[in-house]
Design a protein around this ligand. Sequence first.
Ligand SMILES: C[S@@+](CC[C@H](N)C(=O)[O-])C[C@H]1O[C@@H](n2cnc3c(N)ncnc32)[C@H](O)[C@@H]1O
Length: 198
Amino acid sequence: MSEDWDEHAENWDRDEHVRTYADQAFASLKKYVNVCDKSWKSKRVLDFGCGTGLLTEKLSAHVKEVVAVDTSKKMIAALERKQLGNVIVVNADIGDPSVRHGAAWLSGFDLITASSVCSFLPDYEFTVGVLSGALSSDGYIVQWDWETSNDDGFGLTKGRIESALEGANLKRIRVEQAFSIQTDEQNMPVLIAIGSSG
Ligand SMILES: C[S@@+](CC[C@H](N)C(=O)[O-])C[C@H]1O[C@@H](n2cnc3c(N)ncnc32)[C@H](O)[C@@H]1O
């Protein structure tokens, strides 16, 4: 699926479903990775595909630093306007080898989050491999995506996520339904997937 995310930036935070998704994502994260524990005050997080930073902001309250990355200039501009003290904002495509080359900032993360991003990537499996390589020795990747029942649809299947995380050499993989979002038309299930480097 190809989207021009810049077009969504201005009204992103006004969308009730988008805000609910971020609230529920953060609530479900805490069941697996307790970022609210004081031990996380010294840890670094990468929020990949951060958008306007709805999840970034929640994470930043509990950790040392969040690096927030997105390819959309306008999403990133909206996040910059929030002026979050311990958030480093990066407008870049980590799929681009010239961005990754010598990028010291793209390493050593204790947690990498990707909230409603992976199903929109041109090469999800490759990107998970890059993200996996940016983890610390005992770090976690946590992603949330709309669940679909077949690989041709909107969203991701449990099977595809499991294979991608396995292919990226992640361990202790879990993929399960985290919550659902009720729209006027339908109830849409959201998967949470967790893998760790250690
Ligand atoms: C559905 S939005 C989710 C935004 C945010 N995570 C949230 O929950 O509000 C998808 C985001 O992924 C970003 N995105 C898409 N492809 C990307 C890529 N290759 N690298 C980084 N971000 C990307 C888009 O620009 C957009 O901000």
